[in-house]
Design a protein around this ligand. Structure first.
Ligand code: ADE
Length: 284
């Protein structure tokens, strides 16, 4: 059965990119179905208001619990407005292979914990725990992901507490900066997750070489021509010696990680040879 993503937002048009490129193709191929729901459908007053002033005072507005509660109940049960039509892909991609698809590549699942029947509710928030590649790998196995996009100061916290009866809940941040709402963060997370769903990107190797998959940043890459504006591709990449190329890539990756994200090295699985190389870099 196709994996399912539902998104709740007061700006459903923000989710239009879902219909394009890789995400759109996954929808077309029946690998993924997506429901995007306008939260205001669950608003009951005549102005369809979704927010109110915060208890305790202070600036900004807080999203009201009643509307979120009803919306999340409906999305979990696929009842009410949540049972309406699914998103369709913007472009016909079927039968058009992508450059990174390989014939006969085995569909690979990332391991995950034993199933819990409850869907996974993801609440993007600058106050959430940092979203990581390892989360994307785990969530790529989830049959049903629901994203709750907050705006303003955030969603009344009781919505998150109450949702735990129906959902497993994760509050995550996509970085140490503040966006206007959870919509763009949802697109970021959904893209990171969906590209790992088996069959979406044909080439499994391309995930395994991703930055972060082994805890390091990926090094630079090159294509033809060999010389461009007097700049040459590193000689070793033309050598045809796979072992030398692999070692060069590993060292480029270690070098870049040391320069840009040294804290990642503490958690990365490093060999004795990696450590020796890092020592030579630190001494130079
Ligand atoms: N909403 C606003 N800012 C955000 C962030 N940095 N991450 C996730 N959701 C957000």
């Amino acid at each position: 059965m196709a994996q399912r993503i539902d998104v709740l937002s007061i700006f459903p048009e923000y989710m239009d990119p879902f219909r394009h490129a890789l995400l759109g193709k996954a929808i077309e191929q029946g690998i993924l179905s997506v429901g995007v729901h306008d939260l205001r459908q669950w608003a009951t007053d005549k102005h369809k208001s979704v927010d109110d002033s915060p208890y305790g005072g202070g600036p900004g507005m807080v999203m009201k619990p009643e509307i979120w509660g009803a919306a999340l109940d409906d999305v979990a049960a696929r009842t009410g407005p949540a049972a309406a039509a699914d998103l369709e892909s913007a472009q016909p991609h079927l039968n058009r292979p992508r450059h990174d698809e390989l014939q006969g590549v085995e569909r690979h699942r990332y391991p995950s914990a034993p199933a819990d029947e409850r869907p996974l509710l993801i609440v993007p928030s600058p106050a959430g725990v940092p979203f990581k590649q390892a989360d994307a790998q785990r969530w790529s196995n989830e049959p049903h992901l629901v994203f709750a996009c907050g705006r303003y100061e955030g969603i009344d916290q009781r919505v998150i507490e109450d949702a735990r009866r129906t959902y497993r809940v994760e509050e995550v941040s996509v970085g140490d900066y503040v966006l206007i709402g959870g919509e763009v963060a949802t697109l970021v997370i959904a893209e990171a997750v969906v590209r790992l769903i088996p069959g979406v990107l044909g080439n499994r190797q391309s995930h395994e070489d991703d930055s972060f998959s082994d805890g390091l940043l990926e090094g630079p890459c090159y294509t033809k021509p060999r010389v461009w504006r007097d700049l040459e591709v590193p000689e070793v990449l033309l050598s045809g010696n796979h072992e030398l190329v692999a070692r060069w890539r590993r060292e480029a990756s270690l070098r870049r990680t040391l320069q840009r994200r040294p804290e990642l090295l503490e958690q990365a699985g490093l060999s004795q040879q990696d450590r020796e190389y890092l020592t030579t870099l630190e001494q130079s």
